[in-house]
Design a protein around this ligand. Sequence first.
Ligand SMILES: [Zn+2]
Ligand SMILES: [Zn+2]
Length: 283
Amino acid sequence: MKKLRNRIEQIKKKRPGYREILDFYQKIREAQDDAKASLSIDPIKLKQEWKKLLAKEGFSLIQKEDFPVDAEASVKLFQSVCQIGKEANPHMAEQVKKIEEAIQNKRLDLRKLLKKGVKEKKVEQVADEFGLDKKVFSFLIQSSTKPSIEGGMERLRGEIDSETWLKGYCPICGSLPSLSLLKEEVGKRYLLCSYCGYQWRIDRLFCPFCNNKDQESLHYLFAEGEEAYRIDLCDKCQQYIKTIDYRNLAESDPVLEDLATLHLDILASQKGYKRPVPNPWTT
Ligand SMILES: [Zn+2]
Ligand SMILES: [Zn+2]
């Protein structure tokens, strides 16, 4: 956390425009870090005989909703995240107020909602039922279950070879990547799972969203003086992924670096490219 705080201070000085959103990020990360300390999640049962077949057929190890969640800890964290959100912006404050009312009236039972893992459809249904902004509610749920999901990913990490999967989706949970990372002198390229945070290797020239490998239709852009960040564009599907080049940057939290370079997303969007996995922190 100390490293993260220092890096946030560094970015704030360089780009004061990001001050508010970085404060918000820091507070939530601190709350998640606190929650991690007392986390208790059920073991994930894997049928070993299925594992090989799944991998061979290109299926992920589990589904997003199979991650066990510590409902108790998540509900507590949900409350903290709501408090932080309330202070962050008026729209979030309004949404949190609606949620708190529903909980007080005993119409919304978060523990029940999270007990069997995060079911995306169920979360959407609840948002509909209480007239909530789906994006905000999903963000709050995701932020408060993140420690459980990451804990589950850590447990499954040993079941997978991160160097040989080479596909555009996560070998653990099947989700799309939110970022790509270049590492080591030779510039090995990795994808970061938008859901569980797992990282796996892929080819340098490859669009994870349409599997395009054609050099002619893959290119990238970056801003002058910011060579550590680039936007990898694919002309075939008109989508892009942001890449963080750790050969030009000291080790740091990729999600933070993504958040501090939203201007590059604007640039890509102006050029007509879409980001398949939007940055959840901008909702
Ligand atoms: Zn994943
Ligand atoms: Zn593509």
